[in-house]
Each structure stands twice: as structure tokens, then as C-alpha cells.
Design a protein around this ligand. Structure first.
Ligand code: AMP
Length: 207
């Protein structure tokens, strides 16, 4: 099954996609993670993407479309995948339609208040990449899994979060109508408990 996770920043796309990968074996194709890996490795793509990401802007369509086209051609993506954070514009969705068949688009719905709380408290391990919320951490600077340093993403700074939400409303939200019209959209309310939200996602996917 080829799945898209749509939703605002902080809706839980990455959290639930990584659980689907761990428990059901779907490759998680996260354009945000791929871009951050490129930045960490200092590739030309990473260098050009960094300024957009840190400012809370979208990376140009041609860059992410090229990246996804290459990733979807890999062997592990031939038997299903979860796209997490792509497409984010109508142009990306149109390009994707020429690259792969999509079976279902889950629109993960949350309130803006929840988004602000989740992103404001998000911490990421600089060593292992695990993601936490400060409300569940005893020490906000040390990764409970590997002892690495926990950091706040540059684009999780308060002003940048608000800008990312504006960008989401302007450029990504139109995809809800786009995929509803294509008959592929299912809405899942994911504002509450993570385990319950995950169960609702499995139910919506019928797995
Ligand atoms: P994420 O980890 O999905 O929140 O993405 C972090 C940042 O990476 C976004 O705010 C954008 O700057 C960039 N990004 C990720 N996916 C895309 C995409 N599909 N199109 C454009 N920019 C993207």
C-alpha cells in the first residue's frame, strides 16, 4: 500500500510513520529527514536547502521532487511506503502522480494549540535522531536512549513555528481538497493520546 501522511507541522506525521515502519515494515520516506541528512553531510543539495529550512520556508519543488523520484525508484519502495512530509504543494502532488500510484492519503488533523505545544517542546537527539517532548523528559538536554545531546531544531524556534504554520495553510492545505477530489482522502483526528491516534491510523488504513 502506497500511503501519504498529510498534516500540519507537529501533527505527528513523523512519529506515526516511524511506528508504521517499525511495526509494519513500511519504508518511511521523510523529505524533512532526507534534507537534514544532506545538511549534516554537507552535500550541495543540503547547503542550498538549509537556508529555506531554517527560515521555515519550503525548499523549492524541483529539489524535493528530484529527491523523492530517486528514493521511490529504490528496491524497498516497490512494495509500499509512507510518504511523510511530501507532497507539500500542488505542484509536488502533480509530479508525484507521474512517479507512483497512491492508494490512500491520511490527513492527520490537530488543533493549532496542540501544534504549538508539540513543536515548542520538541527536542531531537543530535546523535541518534530520536525525537522527544520536554514534558516526558527528566533532563531536557540528555537523550534517555543513547546519552547524546538533545537539541531544539532551528525551525522549532517560536517565530519560525508560526511562519511554518502560515506556509502550511497557504501551500499545503490545498492538498486536502486536491486529494478529496481524487477520492483518496481520509481524515484522522490525532489530537490526543499517541497510542490511540496510532490505532485510529491503523483502522483508517484497514491494517
Ligand atoms: P519536516 O521535518 O517534514 O517538518 O520538514 C522540515 C523542513 O524541511 C520544512 O519546513 C521544509 O523547509 C523542508 N521540507 C520538507 N519536506 C518538504 C517538501 N515536501 N517540500 C518543500 N520543503 C520541504
Amino acid at each position: 500500500m502506497n500511503i501519504i501522511f498529510l498534516g500540519a507541522p507537529g501533527a505527528g506525521k513523523g512519529t506515526h510513520a516511524s511506528r508504521l515502519k517499525a511495526e509494519k515494515g513500511f519504508p518511511q520516506i521523510s523529505t524533512g529527514d532526507m534534507l537534514r541528512t544532506n545538511i549534516a553531510e554537507g552535500t550541495p543539495l543540503g547547503l542550498s536547502a538549509k537556508q529555506f529550512i531554517d527560515a521555515g520556508e519550503l525548499v523549492p519543488d524541483e529539489v524535493v521532487i528530484g529527491m523523492v523520484r530517486e528514493r521511490l525508484a529504490e528496491a524497498d519502495a516497490q512494495n509500499g511506503f509512507v510518504l511523510d512530509g511530501f507532497p507539500r504543494t500542488v505542484a509536488q502532488a502533480e509530479a508525484l502522480a507521474g512517479i507512483a500510484r497512491i492508494d490512500v492519503v491520511l490527513n492527520l488533523e490537530v488543533t493549532e494549540d496542540t501544534v504549538l505545544k508539540r513543536l515548542g517542546g520538541r527536542r531531537v537527539c543530535a546523535s541518534c535522531g530520536a525525537v522527544f517532548h520536554t514534558s516526558r523528559l527528566e533532563d531536557e538536554s540528555v537523550c534517555p536512549l543513547c546519552g547524546g545531546k538533545l537539541i531544539q531544531r532551528a525551525d522549532d524556534a517560536p517565530g519560525t513555528i508560526l511562519h511554518r504554520l502560515e506556509v502550511y495553510h497557504e501551500q499545503t492545505e490545498p492538498l486536502i481538497a486536491h486529494y478529496a477530489q481524487a477520492g483518496l482522502l481520509k481524515n484522522v483526528w490525532v489530537d490526543g493520546d499517541a497510542d490511540e491516534n496510532y490505532r485510529d491510523i491503523l483502522q483508517a488504513l484497514g491494517i
